[in-house]
Each structure stands twice: as structure tokens, then as C-alpha cells.
Design a protein around this ligand. Structure first.
Ligand code: AMP
Ligand code: FE
Ligand code: FE
Ligand code: ZN
Length: 275
């Protein structure tokens, strides 16, 4: 079994890169991909540790992108890179994204302060290590007693429809797909069930549109997917000539119900991705 979707403390997971490698070894996973949001810092730290432990580690990333279809929506995209890692062009593009995120974070802290919350950027950055995100704001709001839990933090303040929401410059899905592909990586549509399409025909139409943008793979296996969902996404893969990826989307204690390896991803898909 393999797991191609996981997060470390370098983004919004609670396991350090070392703890994650140890957990994957303990589970005897055949391979693990670290796919932190907008950063390779976790993968870079885990690389040597995984090699020493005999764990096959795949370099990955998860990005939030936007697509207008017909209204603006956020779509998560995964990128997977081979032994040599992403190109230097891609890395410098990711650094631009990180800058946009830091800019958003500083405006978000100001907005929350204007709403009467004592949330300071330095505190958020201390929690978020290389890359703080809204989950770190949410955590801080919980620990300061402003909200009972993370879900409420999003509902009352951080969600796109909530009063604290501050826009972040997000790349278009088209650009992100092309950058990953050009860098020699494989672009994969993350947890397609979260596209939120209840009508399978509408869902397929949106997937077909994303395929036209150059998408190469689809995350058919994911902790949010029912068996039925997975079957449907394997069907899209077949029909549109996409490769298949899958993973738990492990975030440690931030999503305690999601266990590493729980998406039951067959090891065979990794060989197909390598080709
Ligand atoms: P950011 O990339 O900083 O805008 O934060 C986005 C991240 O926040 C997502 O990847 C999720 O992990 C998390 N998130 C978004 N909405 C919610 C929600 N309603 N409840 C909990 N976590 C959320
Ligand atoms: Fe996340
Ligand atoms: Fe995601
Ligand atoms: Zn994820």
C-alpha cells in the first residue's frame, strides 16, 4: 500500500517530517508522498531520513488554484516530481506564491484585529513554521477562546463567505497545471469529490474542462471518497486518459479521523506514474 497525499508541520499537518517518515515506516507503506501546501520544506527535511529508513519518498505539492466556470471556485491541485525534483523555475514560482500568502496573512491579521480579535501575525507565524495558513489562524482563535473549535473559526471568520475573509492571490488552475507539466511533474486533480458537484453529469463536465487545460492525473483514492466516488473517478481516468493518484490527505491531529494510509491506495499505481 502507498499514500501519495500527506501534510507535515511545514504546512497544516501536526506531524514533523521525521514523525511522518517514522509513521509511514511503522505502517510498512511501500511509498509516501509529502504534498504540503505551497512548500517543499517538509519534503526536503524528510528526504534523507526516508532514504536512511528505506522508505520510498515522493516529492509533491498541493496548491490552491482558481477557475472561473462559470463563477470563481477554488480547486486543489497536486503536483508530483521525479527523483530530480521540480525545476528551478518551478521553485521560484512557488516562492512567489509564498510571498502572496504572507501578504494575505498580514492583511488577514489586520482584518481580525479590526473585528476585535487579538490575533497577531507573529503568533500565527510561530504556529505555521515555513508557511502559515488559515488553519493556523483558526488554531490560535481556538486557543484564545474566541471560538470553540476550528470548524466554528472557519464558519464565523475565515470561510470565503465569513466577515474575516481576505482574498489571496491564487494562480489560475490552467497556469498551475502548465507549470507542473512543464517542470516535468505530474499534475493531479486533488479530492475531486470536493468540487462539490452533486450532479455526476455536471461533475464530469467540469473534469473534462480541466482535462482540456492539460491535467494529467486524478486523485481517485482519497479519505473523503466513498467506494462509489472512487469507482466514478477511476471511470473518468479511463475515459479521459488520466493517470491515477491517491492518498489519505493526512494532517495528523488537525484531522484526527484521517489515518495515514487509510485511502487503501494500491502500490501498482506508482509504477504507472513512474512511466
Ligand atoms: P489557506 O490555504 O491558508 O487559505 O487555507 C486553506 C486550508 O484551510 C485548506 O487547505 C484546509 O486545510 C483548511 N480549511 C478550509 N476550509 C476549512 C473549514 N471549513 N474547516 C476546516 N479547515 C478548513
Ligand atoms: Fe490542508
Ligand atoms: Fe486539499
Ligand atoms: Zn491536502
Amino acid at each position: 500500500m502507498i499514500d501519495l497525499h500527506s501534510h507535515t508541520t511545514e504546512s497544516d499537518g501536526t506531524y514533523t517530517p521525521k514523525q511522518l517518515v517514522d509513521a509511514a515506516v511503522a505502517l510498512r507503506l511501500d511509498a509516501l508522498a509529502i504534498t504540503d501546501h505551497d512548500t517543499f520544506a517538509g519534503y526536503n527535511q524528510a528526504r534523507q531520513l526516508a532514504a536512511e529508513a528505506g522508505l520510498k519518498l515522493v516529492c509533491g505539492i498541493e496548491m490552491s488554484t482558481k477557475i472561473y466556470h462559470p463563477v470563481r471556485r477554488t480547486v486543489h491541485l497536486l503536483g508530483y516530481f521525479g527523483e530530480n525534483g521540480p525545476s528551478s523555475d518551478f521553485i521560484s514560482w512557488i516562492e512567489d506564491m509564498q510571498e502572496a500568502r504572507r501578504d494575505r496573512n498580514s492583511r488577514l491579521a489586520e482584518r481580525l484585529q479590526s473585528l476585535g480579535l487579538d490575533i497577531r501575525l507573529e503568533e500565527v507565524n510561530a504556529l505555521g513554521r515555513s508557511l502559515a495558513g488559515r488553519p493556523h489562524f483558526a488554531k490560535l482563535m481556538v486557543s484564545k477562546g474566541y471560538v470553540p473549535n476550528i470548524t466554528e473559526a472557519f464558519r464565523l471568520y475565515l470561510d470565503e463567505s465569513a466577515p474575516g475573509y481576505v482574498e489571496r492571490q491564487e494562480p489560475s488552475l490552467a497556469e498551475a497545471i502548465q507549470r507542473i507539466n512543464q517542470s516535468g511533474g505530474i499534475s493531479s486533480l486533488a479530492h475531486p469529490v470536493r468540487l462539490g458537484k452533486t450532479d455526476p453529469l455536471e461533475e464530469e463536465e467540469l473534469v473534462a474542462e480541466i482535462v482540456r487545460l492539460g491535467l494529467q492525473a486524478i486523485e481517485a483514492y482519497h479519505s473523503d471518497h466513498s467506494r462509489e466516488d472512487t469507482r466514478r473517478y477511476l471511470g473518468y481516468a479511463e475515459k479521459y486518459g488520466l493517470r491515477i493518484t491517491g492518498g489519505s490527505d493526512f494532517h495528523g491531529d488537525n484531522k484526527p479521523k484521517v489515518k495515514l494510509g487509510c485511502a487503501q491506495v494500491p502500490t501498482s499505481i506508482l509504477d504507472e506514474l513512474r512511466q
